[in-house]
Each structure stands twice: as C-alpha cells, then as structure tokens.
Write a protein of this length. Sequence first.
Length: 538
Amino acid sequence: MKKTLKISDLIVVDDFNNLYEKQTEFFNTLKTSIETEGQKTPCVVNTKMELIDGYLRREVLLKLGTENIEVLIEDVEPTIEERIIRNSYRKKTDLDEVNEVTRILNSVTKKQGRKKRGEVRTTYVDTISTKLNNRWKDAESINKLKYVLDNDFKNKIVSKTVINNSTTLESGYNFLKIFKPLDEKNKYGLTKKVESGELTIKDGNKLIQKMDQLSMGDQSKFIIPEKCYSYNIDCTEIGDYKEHLGKVDLIFSSPYYWDLRQYDNNENLGFGHEKTVEKYCENLTSLITPVVKTLKETGSMMLNIGETYRNGVSQRVPFKLIDYVEKNTGLIFNEMLIWSKKNPKGNGGADDRNRPTTNVEYILWFVVNPEKTKYKKLTYKNGELKTVVSKGYKDVDKKGKKSPKGVQLTTGYKKIYNHIKEQEVLNVITTSCGKNHDVYKIYEGGGPAIMSELLPVCPILMTTDEGDLVYDFMSGTNVVGRMSHLLNRRTLSTELSKDYYSIGCKMLESGITDYNPLDLKVINKHVYDNENQLSVAA
C-alpha cells in the first residue's frame, strides 16, 4: 500500500541506518533529482512504521526541509537480510561489504536446547553459509572470518581485502592472529605499513616472518673470531668493548643525513631532523667522539655525507661538519672525496624543480696523525694499463699463437672489477646508486637509505691492507661489512636498530662466504700494479 506520511512518523532502525557509508557524490545526485523532479521512488516501511529501505531518501528530504514522504507499507520484519536484499542495486564500497557480512554474522546465534516439533534441522554453520551465499561453507572458515572482522584495524583494511578477494581468508587471519602480534612484540614496524596500505597483507606476513627468522632473540653480539665483531648497541657504547680501542684501521660510515630522509628507526630519536644544521653537526659529532677512540694512530675516518638544499640554496652541511669534527674529536681533516652518482634520483620535492638533481655526495676524510696515516695510492686508469678481454684458449692469432687464458671472476668480484675500471682521478669516486640486491636477497623489505654496494671499495683499498680492521659505527644493513670481507678485511660494526642489525649479520656471513682469494688477487693486481696487462674473462 502506497501512502504519504510525515517523516517524523517513521521509526529509524539504528542498525539499518549505519549499515552503508555516506557517499557524498551519491547523496548530491539524489538531492538534485528530488529537488527538481520530486521523490520518484517511495521508501519501504512495515506495519509498525519501521523504515526498511530508503534511509538516504529520508535524509535528502530532511535536508530539503520537506515534512512528508512517500512510502510503501509492507508486512515484513526488519531483518538485516531484508535490508541487504533491497539494496542489492546499490553501488557499495568495500566498507559497505564488510558491514553487510558483519551484520549477517552477528544476526545469527547458536541455538540451544532441543529441536521443536516440525522445525527443519539446520546448523549454525549452514545458516551462516546460506546467508553469505555459500562463500564460506565450513565452521573453520566462518570462525576465521569472524576473527578477522572482530580483530581488524579501525580502517578495516584486512576485512576489506578479504571480502573483495584481494587477500585470502587464510592470509588475513594469519596476519591478525600470528604476525601482527609478533610484529608488535618485536617492534619491527611492519604492522603500521600494512594498516596504511603501504604493504599488502601477504607481503606483511612474509616480511614479518622473515624478520623473525633473521632475529636472534636477545643476542646482541655476532662474532666470528678473526673475521667480524658486530654489536646491536648504540655506537657511543663502543668504549665498553675495550678490546677494540686503538685497533681500527678505517672507520667508514654513512651517518644519517640532515633534513633529507625519514629514517625508519624509532630509536633514532629524531636524529637527522634537527632544527638547524649546527644542531645536526653537534649531535652527530657527539656520536662520533666515542667512536674515534677505536682508531689506531695510522687510522682514518671517512664519513659519507649528503648536502641539503632549502629553496634551492645549499646549506653547506659537509663543510660545517668538518669544523665540528675537528673541534670536538681531535681528528684532522685530510681530504674531501667526491662520490659522483651515475644515476641520481631526486626526492620529488620542490628542490627538484628549482635546481638540478644532486649527482654528488661527499666523503669527508679525517686522520689521527697526517704523518703516519696509512695511504696506498691507487694506480687505476693511468693511461698505461689496458684491459684485455679474453674468452680463453679459443683465441688464436694468424700464426697459431694462443692468447692467455682469461680469469673468470665471480659475480661479486666482477662488480668490483668493473667499478674500479670506471675510476679516473684520486678524489672522485664514480658509481651507480641503484638497488642493492645483496640486501634484498636477505630481506625483501630492504632497509632505509641502503648504501650503494660499491661505494666503500676505493676508500677501503686506499687506506687499509688485507687483514686490517674496518669499522662502520652506523652499519644499518652492513653493506660496508660485506664489502670489507670480500676485500679480505676484518670488520667491526655497531647498529642500534635490532631489525637492520639482524639483516647486517646475514650480510657479514654472505661476505665471508663469498670471499675468493684468487678473484681478489686480480682486483689487487689491477689496483696496485700497473706494470702488467690484465686479462679478465667477459
């Protein structure tokens, strides 16, 4: 029966009213239609005047100041199924779908007592499965679905992806039941990335599981005698390990830059985001001062530092840092090396539009004693050395003379060799700054501001001998450590973040495993000896 009633006479069912999201565009379209053509479709109420369908139309009419509303009176109960069926035409959001499933699950209760005479035997699971169009048919699946809906984030991101089929129910359930609590307990920080949509549920599960495998519980030391010493500590605590004081030949590290990156490390206490460059230099120097005590009298410290630009204007960060380090540590500034990046990438900010993308960073070289500092001049690319690429004994000249057999370098050393060949002058280091695949092999999530894998090569070769000790006091994923082992150096490293410390230990292991003395001999020949022609296989 169709009737015109007062809007005030209708009874709003709260569970119905909040079922669907308020879609502004949809509301405005309906408002325009009713305003110009009137209410075309009547709302549906039951004999008790409970509003079954037409909540948006009612809201529009109230907005327009209308007192009356057209309705159809039907003899129906205000069930959630009735509400959903009458809105099957509606364009629904992911949250609408989640709300529908949630209401259906909550609308069915497990019956107690005996079955009444004439009552059709049906189970709780059968009832739920039928109401959900048989999408989830067994008790285990329905229980897992209910767990996901009840334990999801406020934004319901897990439930949304499960119901729209972009995530399996098993994956969503495992995340909320197993991996989210594990991540929050160990403070890996991946739950936030899932909640924000930065990581998929599947990737979140995978990365949290991987981090847990990499994690070594409460172990804060990773030591392989005569090879590596790695500590999950603040670098300022290195003085507590007196066995390392005065034993380091080279400190090479890439500390946090100023005002350039958001470092993913809750323990970093805002370092890198100081209000002024002077405060940044002061904070960084306070961290470096205890570290310097590990250096030998012949030792060097090299810091990889990037420049910061504000409104296109250089803030002269590296140059100011030199003054602070000299003033507060007792070290003497020796040289500034330039790191020339072949494939620089901007940060997407205003500076990218105001000035060319930065293609250089700086390696600040400090020494303890300029007269005793260990330094070995690298003789690459001096005009005398020519690299011959040979495919082996198959190469024969017209007189039948076979060419020397080439040396087949393994992957890691071939990268080093090719990198060395690119270098041209003493104080410019040229290398690419793409993805560090060694880190991503260990952990698919990588790490913050991962160092270019080849950047430490020349500094290590210039200032240390095989067997010397190289220390990275902010080691992160320990790129310096891995490269040092490939070059047959011992390593010392400290890292505050438990997550990246764990990855770094795996990097140290891989460097030790991949070390090849024959390949390193070829590298050394190329770097230090320009009298003989090298033959390296392609």
